[in-house]
Structure formats: C-alpha cells, structure tokens
Design a binder for this molecule. Sequence first.
Ligand SMILES: [Ca+2]
Ligand SMILES: [Ca+2]
Length: 155
Amino acid sequence: MDDQNDRSLALLSVLVLLCVVLGYASAAGASHAGGFILDLPALGGDRDGDDVLDGVDGCPDEDASGLDADDDGCIDQAADLAQVVLALELRQATERALVASAQSAARETGTLAVNRLGAFINKVQAQRGKRLDDEHANLLMSFAAHASAVLQAVR
Ligand SMILES: [Ca+2]
Ligand SMILES: [Ca+2]
C-alpha cells in the first residue's frame, strides 16, 4: 500500500512538473513574437544580426534592427505601408483613408514623402481608441516613423 502511494506521488510530481514546463513554454511563445518557436535550429542563423532568423527573415541580408515594426526582417519603407494597413483588415472607410494616405506618401520622395508620412501618422493618431485599437495604431505609427527616418537618413 505504501509502495503504491509512493508511486502515485511520484507520478503526480512528474505531472505537475510537466504542467509547469508546458505553461512556461506557451507563455514564452505568446509573450515574444514567436521567440520560442523562432529559436528552433531548423530556421537557421541570423546572417544580418537583426534578431529575425533567416528562415523567416524577408530580407536576410538587411539588418533591420530598430526599423522593423512588423517584424518581417526588412527595414520599414513607405512603399510597403499600404500593404501593412491592408493586412490589418480594418473597417472599409478607415482602411480606404489610411491606404490612400500611405499611397500618397509612397508616390513622393524626399521632404514631401516625409511630410505625407507625418500626415499619415496624424490620421492614425486621430483614430486611436476609435477605429484603431492601440496595437494597430502603434504598429502603423512605428512603421511610418521608421519609413520617415529612413528617408531623412538618405537626404
Ligand atoms: Ca535576420
Ligand atoms: Ca519591416
């Protein structure tokens, strides 16, 4: 009888430990954009050192550190802003207004493009908490700010 109790206790301990490990794994996966999954060796190294592994890096030879709001491994550019808006699947009127604003920025170069990106950021900020939740607003504003910084760096 004692032996059986010991065995049950041991089994219970193992189960508890397993739950703790699994709980940690899912928490780690959720808290960082796939950090837990991205660390799998199958995805290879990180040639450009931007913390986006080669297997999922859209630009594996471009270090996008600090300029990559959408975590695709590519430096955020005005030309891609409209696609980022579309991917959020916003309400039609909001989407249309922001896509038009993004496209008008993408059509320009230099100071004019920077100004259009500023206008886009203002539009996003005006919709924060209304048609845009904080997560989407932050993504769009960071992306546009990065694209603007890139343009100002080349100027
Ligand atoms: Ca990379
Ligand atoms: Ca990016």
